[in-house]
Design a protein around this ligand. Sequence first.
Ligand SMILES: Cc1cc2nc3c(=O)[nH]c(=O)nc-3n(C[C@H](O)[C@H](O)[C@H](O)COP(=O)(O)OP(=O)(O)OC[C@H]3O[C@@H](n4cnc5c(N)ncnc54)[C@H](O)[C@@H]3O)c2cc1C
Length: 118
Amino acid sequence: MDTEGGEIPLSFADYSNNNVKFVISRIGKSTTYVHERINEGSKIFFRGPLGRSFTIYQGRRCLLVGGGYGLASLYYLAKTLVMNGCYVKTLLGFKDPRDVFYVEEFKKISEVYVIASG
Ligand SMILES: Cc1cc2nc3c(=O)[nH]c(=O)nc-3n(C[C@H](O)[C@H](O)[C@H](O)COP(=O)(O)OP(=O)(O)OC[C@H]3O[C@@H](n4cnc5c(N)ncnc54)[C@H](O)[C@@H]3O)c2cc1C
């Protein structure tokens, strides 16, 4: 197996029909490798899931707050809460307006507030 791309932490952004979705920002060596060399049918090594999972509360209204790449993992959480009947607001923060991503997807399922300083 090709290990040239290295190993990096990534969050699940979405999951449906046995497909996991990642949103990957091109930053350095490994993420550039993914952008340039990983295509449909490529084999990758996967370790995980790691870290602590979210608790899904049964509340009627939820506010999710996240920033930068941390947003990726909030999307599937927001989707799950909406499916459970929760009204979701998301507060999404970015270092720079040029870093803004995935806001349109969040808008489809939640009331969105964006803070992008810079
Ligand atoms: C829990 C967790 C979840 C994450 N989830 C996601 C996610 O869902 N999506 C996502 O896109 N990212 C996510 N990240 C961030 C992601 O892991 C990093 O962007 C990735 O590890 C960067 O690896 P790289 O090899 O591409 O960058 P590296 O090559 O390691 O570069 C890292 C930084 O160093 C700089 N750099 C590299 N080489 C040089 C050099 N020679 N001189 C000066 N500066 C240099 C780069 O510009 C960059 O800023 C997550 C991180 C964590 C911890």
